[in-house]
Every structure is written in structure tokens, then in C-alpha cells.
Design a protein around this ligand. Structure first.
Ligand SMILES: Cc1cc2nc3c(=O)[nH]c(=O)nc-3n(C[C@H](O)[C@H](O)[C@H](O)COP(=O)(O)OP(=O)(O)OC[C@H]3O[C@@H](n4cnc5c(N)ncnc54)[C@H](O)[C@@H]3O)c2cc1C
Length: 662
């Protein structure tokens, strides 16, 4: 049996995992990354539209700063986010983006003088300042007050990931490819590493580490149609859950993206609408202004997805053999713009639909896209309940997105949280608190448990077909735990998923009994884990009797702050359990910088908490007193909700912008 020792084990070689690895290497610690695929093929490469950072370089970004970014993020989250974490994030995003530029990301830049943009279906001339020429520019995205989404055409994730991967190599990060973490080693509330399976040889390897970080991305593939890569199966969340100690947060918070192509579900970026693209119905009618007169196509993602679904339910969808859809029209942007700024979208349309988006409308429909929930952590990225286990990126519930994330805030989160978590891990490693003393025989026990499970799968006869169980799970999630949810469907979903979980204890590996490279075996052991993750989503959604952000209950349409201003926490207490255990974590209003309010979409149906009014009065009083004394925005912010002391010292400095004296 093979055991590898390291300071930091990072499960996941996407943007988040790579950024953590680079950070801890720079502090002098060893780091090993485990990844299913070569890092450059991680799902982060699929991110098209951009990364939010309040640089305020371009004309339409003028006036932007951390405060505006913070306010957009909290409203976007429908007040479900941790406001201190959101503050830490918005403060550090400009630093992270400049660092990436330094490491080679070719961000699209401001060009001095006039250029034409399409805004609200009209051509508008925008004049860029001379002094901003050559600085990082930004485009418009949903739910943002300013143009803040920085980009490299529509290949943002690709260029970020390539730069991060190169940096990790430069820093001598050890990368173990095609090594899949299948369980976490832990004893007495302390995480000590992970058991991994070599996907080529089938060998099991134990990695013992002082700190272990899960950066395995989201769990979109528990749905039958998703914009996510097929490796986004929630394995990181599942192995954390299976410890029985680590917890998951807000698993029911699932985002649907408005514009995935029909039928395959590949994404066309929000940048299409950010750059001026329109949504049209079967009559070629632009319907979004009727529903959201202010933000129109650029309302928050959850809102646009719901409005599209509503419109199709009214019979306004385009009939097709793959079900109803709507149109995304980017023809108005012109060929030159599409070939320069939306070139991946063009290729996707050509290769998967056989159309030219400079001439043809694109068939689109809302599709599962992002997992706001994940491994519940403290602001340091460490699990709240399992010492030495960290998580960041889409795998985590850190929790800056609450119940809906803004476009462009995710790749931004990966690099910001990665950069911060690397510092907190390094601090931990440099303290005596990080010592571990697990005996080899105990590590071997964990290896044996996993070996026995695999043996049982391979020797089982007359059992269940994992592919069928998984297919049914995906259908249940799509049909009953989708954009609009209701109690009856959710109850059925939970009952059926629990039944599938019971059946999954009897899985047989059909087709090949090989211990080495064997997709059927991989599917067999992942299916049960995926069903557990699906159960946490469906059960969390059933219990949350309100609508918040992307969680929309038709039977409970109000956002209910009085009863539901809390995070759902899921735990899997015993291996033999067939349901997760649920608890809740309060989101305290009395420390909020931005007390709960109206998001600005549709009618305000919020059932307010009694503490909201009290806190709003306190906030207003602090602001007016300090403003009358001539305090600046930083001093006021610090009085409302201090956060700088939580940041590593090197990231505390104020960000500089044009026209702002700091
Ligand atoms: C089509 C698409 C477009 C998007 N566009 C944008 C955008 O424009 N802007 C934005 O902000 N966000 C965007 N997002 C979201 C964003 O891309 C992701 O949230 C983000 O890239 C996730 O990065 P990550 O590092 O957390 O995980 P990932 O990039 O998903 O990486 C996960 C890593 O974990 C590894 N892994 C998984 N399981 C295991 C295991 N058990 N053992 C070992 N390794 C494992 C994988 O090999 C991979 O290396 C988009 C998402 C999609 C689906």
C-alpha cells in the first residue's frame, strides 16, 4: 500500500485549486494537487464571459468601487450571503485580477477614443479616456450597476486557467493527474488527507497531509441537462459529507443559466446579453422589458431564467422536437464584434447547431449551471467542524453568493478565495496547531475500507445497474427540483431519491470487472455518492418553505426573512443512514452592513424580520453622523462592518482608481 506525505493536499486542479497551491508554495510549503484530468482541462476552462473586479477603468465602469460591487453581490444573493466574506472578496478582486495580468492573462484592454456599443437595442457611442488607454477593460453583466466584468474575449476561464497552470509549474507544485480522491482520512475531528484511486492503474494511494483542500468544483451533473463539464459530479462535496463530521451548506441553492443552447445545454455566455444581445419569443418579440422594465435581459440570472420559463408557460416558446425554447439574438452586434469578442459562442453555434450567430438566432433555454452550495467553511476556508479540511472555489459554501451568484463572480471567487485560503493554510501550517500524529496502521485502515468497497462492487452478482440509477436521479432532479419548485414534487423527489440510495447499496459492475481503467467501476462508486449529494439538494429545497434567489417555491413565493434568514447545514451522521441530518445556521442581521431590502425585481414580496428595521436605523445613523464629520467611504464602511483585520496583512491595502483620492 502506497502512502505519500505532504504539507498540503489539494484535491482539484481548476482555478481554485491551482491558486491555493501557488499560494502555499510561495510561503515555502509542499503542495500536491490531485486531479481527474490535466489541470488545463478542468471545468474552469469553460468560463467564457469574464471575471468581476471593480477597476473602474472603462467609461461605463466609472464610479465603480468595492462598495458598489459589494452591494450588487449582496442583492444578487438575495441577502443569503455572508456579508463579511463578500466584503473580503470585493476588496481583493482588483488585486487578484492585476496579479493574473502579471502572470500572463491577456485581459482585453481599454482603447482610447470613440467606440460603438449596443445598449438596450440601440447603437451608442462611448468615448474612452486617453489616460485609461491600455488598462483592463470590462463589459456589462447581469445584476451589476456598472460595467465590471473583465474578460479576454469570451475565453476568460481558458486564459486564466492556462496562466494559473503555468504559474503552478513555475512554483514546482506537484500535480498528480488522473488521481481521484474517493474518501477523506480523518480521526478525532482532524482531517489527515485523502485516499485516492489511480484512474489508469486502479491502484489506491493514501495521501497524508497537514492540511487538505477540496477544490473540486460544482455538482451540476446530478441534473440531466447542465452547462457543467461531465466531471462536475459533486465528488468533493460527497467525500466531505461521508466523513460524518464535515458539513455542507445551502445545497438547495442551484442556479439555472438563461442561455444554454437547445438541446445539448452548452452555454452561450451572459456576455452575449451584456454586449447587447436580446431574448426573443416565438413571434420574434422582445419580452424581457415587459417583465423587468429596468434591467431587462440583464436582470439577475435567476430572475431572467424564471421570466423565460414563465413566458414559455404562456405558450410563447418556440416548439421543437426537444421541447420549447426561446431565441437569443446577437445578430445586432455585427459580425466583427462577434468574431472578436464572442468567438467561442460563434464556434459553439457552428459546431453544435450548424448555424452562424451573426445571421441566425440561437435556440436557448434555462439550464442547470452553478452550485452556490458546497462544503461549509469559515471565512478562512476551513471546515467549521473538521479541523485541517479546507475548501474553496465552487466546491465550497464560503459563502459570498448566498442564494444566487452574479455572473463573473465565480471565477473571481476561485482566485480570490484561493489566494486568501492559501495564506490561512500557511498560517495554520506555521503554527503548532497543525501537527498530526496519525499512525500508519490507521491510514491503512482507510485504504482497506475503500479497497473492500471496490472489491464488493466488482464481485457483486445480480445487483443494480448504476447507470440506470444515475439516469433516474438526474431525471428526478431536472423534473422535480428545477427552476420552479413545489412541495408535492419535492416530497416525491426526496422519497424517490432515498429509494435510489437504498438500491445503490446493491450495485453490480456490469460489462467489465477490470480493476484498472474501468469507466463502469468509476460510475458504480460515484453513483451512490451523487445520489447522496442529490438528496441534500432536494431535501434542503423541500424544507425551505420560502423563495430566495434561485430557490423559487411556487407554493411559498415570498422571501421569508422572519423565518428563513438562515443557512441550511447538512450532515451525514452514520454511513448506514439513508437521509442527511439537517440543521440551520442563523445569518445575523445585527452585524450586517447592508440590512435586508428589496432586490428590485418584480413585486416586493419580502416578509421582513423585525430586526431589519432596527439595524437599518443603526446603519443610517452611523452613516449620517460620520458623513457630517467628513468621514470617507472607507471610514464609514469600517464602522459599519469591520473586515480588514480578517485579511492577511499583504492584502489589506486600499485599491487605487482613476478619479478617487485614497
Ligand atoms: C459553461 C460555463 C461558463 C462559465 N462562465 C463563467 C464566467 O464567465 N464567469 C464566472 O465567473 N464564472 C463562470 N462559470 C463558473 C466558473 O467557471 C466555475 O464556477 C469555476 O471555474 C469553478 O472553478 P473551480 O476551480 O472551483 O473548479 P473546476 O474548474 O471545476 O475544477 C475542479 C477540479 O477538481 C478536479 N476533481 C473533481 N473531483 C475530483 C476528485 N474526486 N479527485 C481529484 N480531483 C477532482 C477536477 O479534475 C478539476 O481539476 C461558468 C461555468 C460554466 C459551466
Amino acid at each position: 500500500m502506497k502512502i505519500i506525505y505532504t504539507d498540503v493536499l489539494i484535491v482539484g486542479g481548476g482555478l481554485a485549486g491551482l491558486r491555493v497551491a501557488t499560494g502555499v508554495r510561495e510561503r515555502g510549503h509542499d503542495a500536491v494537487i490531485l486531479t481527474l484530468v490535466p489541470p488545463k482541462r478542468s471545468h474552469s476552462a469553460a468560463a467564457q464571459g469574464g471575471m468581476q473586479a471593480s477597476l473602474a477603468n472603462c467609461k461605463m465602469g466609472e464610479g465603480d468601487n468595492e462598495d458598489v460591487h459589494f452591494s450588487d453581490t449582496i442583492k444578487g444573493s438575495d441577502w443569503g450571503a455572508d456579508q463579511m466574506v463578500a466584503r473580503m472578496f470585493t476588496h481583493c478582486a482588483p488585486k487578484a485580477i492585476r496579479e493574473l495580468a502579471h502572470w500572463g492573462v491577456p485581459w482585453s484592454r481599454v482603447n482610447r477614443g470613440d467606440h460603438t456599443s449596443i445598449i438596450n437595442a440601440k447603437k451608442v457611442t462611448i468615448t474612452e479616456k486617453d489616460e485609461a488607454h491600455g488598462l483592463i477593460t470590462a463589459r456589462d453583466f447581469g445584476g451589476t450597476k456598472k460595467w465590471r466584468t473583465c474578460y479576454t474575449s469570451d475565453g476568460t476561464g481558458h486564459s486564466m486557467l492556462y496562466a494559473m497552470d503555468n504559474k503552478a509549474h513555475e512554483d514546482n507544485v506537484e500535480i498528480h493527474e488522473r488521481l481521484e480522491a474517493i474518501s477523506i482520512i480523518h480521526e478525532n475531528g482532524r482531517c489527515c488527507g485523502a485516499i485516492a484511486r489511480n484512474l489508469m492503474s486502479g491502484e489506491l494511494v493514501a495521501y497524508v497531509a497537514k492540511a487538505t483542500t477540496i477544490a473540486t468544483g460544482g455538482y451540476g451533473r446530478i441534473y440531466s441537462v447542465s452547462t457543467n463539464a461531465i466531471i462536475c459530479q459533486g465528488m468533493g462535496q460527497a467525500i466531505a459529507l461521508e466523513t460524518g463530521v464535515a458539513t455542507l451548506g445551502n445545497m438547495e441553492a442551484i442556479q439555472f443559466h438563461p442561455t444554454a443552447i437547445v438541446p445539448v445545454g452548452i452555454l452561450t455566455t451572459e456576455g452575449c446579453r451584456g454586449d447587447g444581445g436580446l431574448l426573443l419569443d416565438k413571434d420574434g418579440y422582445r419580452f424581457m422589458p415587459d417583465y423587468e422594465p429596468d434591467k431587462k435581459e440583464l436582470a439577475s440570472r435567476d430572475v431572467v431564467s424564471r421570466r423565460m420559463t414563465e413566458h414559455m408557460r404562456k405558450g410563447k416558446g418556440v416548439k421543437s422536437r426537444y421541447g420549447d425554447h426561446l431565441w437569443l439574438d446577437i445578430t445586432i452586434l455585427g459580425r466583427e464584434h462577434i468574431e472578436k469578442n464572442l468567438r467561442e459562442v460563434k464556434e459553439i453555434c457552428e459546431n453544435f447547431l450548424g448555424i452562424d450567430p451573426a445571421v441566425d438566432w440561437i435556440p436557448v433555454r434555462p439550464t442547470q449551471h452553478y452550485s452556490m452550495g458546497g462544503i461549509r467553511t469559515k471565512y478562512t476556508g476551513e471546515s467549521q467542524t473538521l479541523k485541517g479540511l479546507y475548501s474553496c472555489g465552487e466546491a465550497a459554501c464560503w459563502d459570498m453568493h448566498g442564494f444566487n451568484r452574479l455572473g463573473g463572480n465565480s471565477v473571481s471567487e476561485t482566485v480570490v478565495s484561493g489566494m486568501l485560503v492559501a495564506e490561512y493554510i500557511s498560517d495554520f501550517l506555521e503554527s503548532s496547531d497543525s501537527d498530526i500524529s496519525i499512525e500508519t496502521k490507521n491510514v491503512e485502515k482507510f485504504l482497506k475500507i475503500e479497497q473492500d468497497k471496490i472489491d464488493a462492487l466488482l464481485t457483486k452478482e445480480h445487483g443494480e445497474d448504476a447507470y440506470k440509477l444515475r439516469r433516474r436521479m438526474e431525471e428526478i432532479m431536472m423534473e422535480k427540483v428545477g427552476i420552479f419548485r413545489n412541495g408535492d414534487d419535492l416530497k416525491e423527489a426526496v422519497t424517490e431519491l432515498e429509494e435510489l440510495l437504498k438500491r445503490s447499496k446493491n450495485i453490480e459492475v456490469f460489462r467489465s470487472k477490470s480493476r484498472a481503467a474501468n469507466p463502469a467501476l468509476v460510475n458504480a462508486y460515484r453513483t451512490q455518492k451523487m445520489i447522496k449529494v442529490a438528496l441534500t439538494v432536494a431535501y434542503g429545497a423541500l424544507l425551505r418553505t420560502e423563495s430566495r434567489g434561485a430557490h423559487s417555491r411556487e407554493d411559498f413565493p415570498k422571501r421569508d426573512d422572519a423565518n428563513w434568514l438562515k443557512r441550511t447545514i447538512m450532515n451525514w451522521e452514520n454511513e448506514s443512514d439513508t437521509m442527511p441530518t439537517v440543521s440551520y445556521e442563523e445569518i445575523p442581521i445585527d452585524s450586517m452592513e447592508l440590512p435586508p431590502g428589496f432586490r428590485g425585481y418584480g413585486k416586493d414580496l419580502t416578509q421582513h424580520h423585525t430586526d431589519t428595521k432596527v439595524r437599518q436605523e443603526v446603519v443610517d445613523k452611523i452613516k449620517s453622523e460620520l458623513e457630517s464629520k467628513g468621514a470617507n467611504r472607507f471610514e464609514i464602511q469600517n464602522e459599519l462592518m469591520p473586515f480588514l483585520d480578517k485579511l492577511p496583512k499583504k492584502y489589506r491595502a486600499t485599491n487605487e482608481r482613476f478619479g478617487e483620492n485614497v
